[in-house]
Design a protein around this ligand. Structure first.
Ligand SMILES: [Zn+2]
Length: 226
């Protein structure tokens, strides 16, 4: 009987959690699943090369427009505590990075560097979501290819750039990205990763900060482009 009880309670707990947290797809709201097959497919489109308003200095790739399941998943992960969505987003980032490698856009030895998050933003969101996505990407790629993650960028004292134009965003972020932490080894194919690229200002400052630290960036890759 003890064994039955031991197996019973975790099951009840899981069901209670399911009752407390509505089980809906983080991409489209479909009931019954946390992430549906259709949203998974939508995220696995081939990466597209884009040219943001601000010149980033390296090729910028994105998984697609900031709409549909990409937008919903990013917002739910960042603003609504859906930490589980780091996994499908990480999977998509891994697939895109491996595809860029297969296309010859990235040398072997891929190192992901998450774009910087302000401390208060990381706290508010219950952790740095871009680093979580990169960590899941590395975990997903592990059976076929080693992808390393270096959360080495910090952004201090930057106000939220929502609603600012390109020039204001650039002024807002200029010089505010600093390197703090372990850096990718020489020769790594360094990929700067962010959730959404808007003007490219954050990517540009991040590329510049890494270059100043002696780390050349090969490409930037974002989940979505606004
Ligand atoms: Zn869905």
């Amino acid at each position: 009987m003890r064994g039955d009880v031991g197996g019973f309670w975790p099951g009840v707990l899981a069901e209670l959690v399911d009752l407390a947290v509505p089980r809906v797809c983080g991409g489209c709201g479909a009931p019954g699943v946390r992430w549906c097959a259709e949203c998974e497919r939508a995220l696995h489109d081939v990466p597209a090369r884009i040219r943001p308003t601000v010149s980033v200095g390296v090729p910028v790739w994105t998984l697609g427009r900031y709409e549909g399941p990409r937008r919903a998943a990013v917002l739910a992960l960042k603003e609504r505590g859906r930490a589980d969505l780091a996994r499908p987003l990480g999977r998509a980032v891994a697939h895109a990075a491996l595809r860029l490698g297969a296309w010859g856009e990235l040398a072997p030895g891929i190192a992901l560097v998450p774009a910087p998050t302000t401390r208060w933003a990381a706290r508010r969101r219950g952790g740095d979501v871009v680093t979580a996505v990169c960590t899941e990407a590395a975990r997903c790629a592990a059976p076929v290819r080693r992808i390393a993650v270096y959360p080495a960028l910090r952004s201090a004292g930057v106000v939220d750039s929502v609603g600012l134009g390109a020039a204001a965003r650039l002024g807002n972020i200029a010089g505010a990205v600093r390197v703090d932490g372990a850096l990718p080894p020489p020769g790594a194919a360094v990929v700067l990763v962010d959730d959404v690229v808007t003007t490219g200002a954050t990517l540009r400052e991040s590329v510049r900060a890494l270059a100043q630290a002696g780390v050349p960036v090969a490409a930037a890759l974002t989940v979505a482009a606004a």
